[in-house]
Design a protein around this ligand. Structure first.
Ligand code: HPA
Length: 289
């Protein structure tokens, strides 16, 4: 028997999954796409949409930040059946690293096997410019916060080697190449925010081997790996890190640059998601991927 969490998360996940299933009919999405700043346009590309505002889903978070709608959408992108999550709750809003726990668990409960994450990020590499997209190969959890605090059982000691699935990354790189769009890999550093970094912090992150910095994604990756989902993640570069260029940083600037680059980024994302269709993975078999 599992121990219920104090806030009845498991029950909220069950109610959310039941509510979603009641309208999914024969649909069986295996891929979920979490849209961060600048990536919202992908939701418009979903064919035959069925929508649930997060407010209808008790395991999903309440959102406040501008640029995040808080909508779950089922449908198709190319041949791939998807659940698109337009909007995430950031840890910097209330200091809760597990803000997206219920949403990720609901996806797992519905049989989703792959989580594609997107975000906006600052670049630490002057060759990776605003408007370009970076494929996340690994992360640095600079906050050292965990969305799994308070979890019980051995599963909480989740391994994060290859957290960003190598096979999915190969597929994404191939899809970008076929589209003729540049896509290169790098390490993403999660800083808590909401303040931007100092130039000294940016230099520290460069020394540590990060190529991009942002305020999201890592907790959801940890939650997804804990729930057994494979993860792929893309960063849309909206600026060079503090001190690397003359421009001053702001949320408005981030959103503005993201909007300008959105069409190209979403075209790339649609191509990546399209190449993820295929038969469901065999799960629960020793040695299975
Ligand atoms: N730092 C942190 N998060 C960000 C940045 C940045 O420079 N740009 C977009 N998100």
């Amino acid at each position: 028997m599992t121990t219920p969490t104090p806030d009845n998360l498991d029950e909220r996940v069950t109610r959310s999954a039941d509510h979603i299933r009641s309208r999914l009919g024969a649909r069986q999405p295996r891929v979920a796409v979490l849209l961060g700043s600048g990536w919202g346009g992908l939701a418009d590309q979903v064919r035959e949409p069925i929508d649930w505002p997060y407010a209808e889903l008790p395991a999903f978070p309440e959102l406040q930040i501008t640029g995040h709608a808080g909508l779950l959408r089922s449908g198709w992108i190319g041949p791939t059946e998807v659940l698109v999550l337009a909007g995430r709750k950031h840890v910097y809003e209330a200091g809760d690293a597990s803000a997206m726990k219920g949403a990720v668990r609901t996806l797992a409960r519905l049989g989703v096997q792959t989580l594609v994450q997107t975000n906006a990020a600052g670049s630490l590499d002057t060759a990776l410019l605003p408007g370009q997209v970076m494929l996340i190969s690994d992360h640095l959890n600079m906050t050292q916060m965990s969305p799994l605090l308070g979890e019980r059982g051995d599963a909480r000691f989740v391994g994060l080697t290859d957290a960003y699935d190598p096979r999915l990354r190969q597929q994404a790189l191939a899809a970008a190449q076929a589209l003729g769009r540049p896509l290169s890999e790098g390490v993403y550093a999660w800083m808590l925010g909401p303040q931007f970094e100092t130039p000294a912090e940016i230099r520290m992150l460069q020394v540590l081997g990060a190529r991009a910095v942002g305020m999201s994604t890592v907790p959801e990756t940890i939650l997804a790996r804990h729930a057994g989902l494979r993860v792929l993640a893309l960063s849309l570069v909206t600026n060079l890190g503090a001190g690397l260029s003359a421009e001053s940083l702001s949320h408005a600037h981030t959103l503005h640059t993201a909007q300008q680059a959105a069409a190209g980024a979403c075209q790339l994302l649609a191509a990546v998601v399209s190449c993820l269709s295929g038969p469901p993975l065999v799960v629960g078999v020793s040695g299975a991927a």
